[in-house]
Design a protein around this ligand. Structure first.
Ligand SMILES: C[S@@+](CC[C@H](N)C(=O)[O-])C[C@H]1O[C@@H](n2cnc3c(N)ncnc32)[C@H](O)[C@@H]1O
Length: 262
């Protein structure tokens, strides 16, 4: 399913590589770093927000694995960095199976390199808005048993997609495809009542060809339609089951997070 998708273009900033730059990674080009630097000028917390999001991902994966969900479909998985889903999941569940999915050729290239001949993990290049193609991919069919619970991860990805019937239909299709006991995990950029910096960052991304859609809690909650949010519900990311007790300035991270069960 990758043939119609674009090749790596170092001059066109990509959301995956910009994010890698926020995290201090090396899989990015000058054009990506220029956007990352500008975003950090507008909002100096941006690298902290990205790191907090990776911490959140780790907590979500551990939560799912501890609940007995040992299959993961990570949609918009990004460029591999530390604490990748398969590594975290296997700390709790050595039999964990993970399929990463990303649209970005750089993310897919590095994930393939990282995974090598790992038989429990695979990467598929694809658009999460095409659930039929994703779910029919041989890697998904080989590794994920849709008759058993699966954790669908959409971490820091839905804010790269505009509202519309295609997105709604995709969310509906994933929900219909998975077994009871499955989980949906979402983290999403929000404004924290101060729209100005996020609007300026959205404007920056619009110019890169990967538009950013900032959503409020009510709109983000709609992504969970047909699912039941688990405690503590849809909350600022650092407040989602923190490792070290209550977090005081969680709103500052401009991220909403929730996990729901089917
Ligand atoms: C900010 S990164 C987040 C990566 C990872 N989920 C994390 O939280 O660390 C967003 C990723 O979503 C990918 N992406 C954006 N739109 C996508 C789509 N329609 N289908 C699949 N992946 C997409 C981008 O290529 C990028 O790698």
């Amino acid at each position: 399913m990758s043939s119609a998708l674009s090749p790596i273009d170092p001059n066109r900033p990509s959301a995956a590589r910009i994010y890698d730059a926020y995290l201090g990674g090396t899989h990015n080009f000058a054009a990506d770093r220029a956007v990352a630097d500008r975003a950090a000028e507008i909002l100096p917390e941006v690298p902290l927000i990205a790191r907090a999001n990776r911490d959140l991902l780790r907590r979500i994966v551990r939560y799912a694995a501890a609940r007995g969900v040992h299959q993961f479909l990570d949609l918009g998985s990004g460029i591999p960095t530390e604490n990748n889903v398969h590594q975290v999941a296997r700390e709790v569940a050595p039999d964990a199976r993970v399929v990463y999915v990303d649209l970005d050729p750089t993310a897919v290239l590095y994930a393939r390199h990282l995974l090598g001949d790992d038989t429990q993990t695979a990467i598929v290049r694809g658009d999460l808005r095409q659930p039929a193609a994703i779910l029919a991919a041989p890697e998904v069919r080989d590794l994920i048993d849709l008759g058993r619970p699966v954790a669908i991860l959409m971490i820091a990805v839905l804010h790269f997609m505009p509202d519309g019937p295609e997105l709604d239909a995709a969310l509906h299709a994933y929900r219909e495809a998975v077994a009871p006991g499955s989980l949906l995990a979402i983290s999403h950029v929000t404004t924290n009542g101060e729209p100005e910096p996020t609007a300026r960052i959205a404007e920056l991304y619009n110019r890169t060809g990967t538009p950013l859609v900032v959503r409020d809690a009510a709109r983000t909650a709609r992504f969970f339609e047909g699912w039941r949010l688990v405690e503590p519900g849809l909350v600022p990311g650092p407040r989602w089951r923190p490792d070290d007790g209550p977090v005081s300035d969680a709103e500052r991270y401009l991220t909403l997070a929730g996990v729901a069960e089917r």
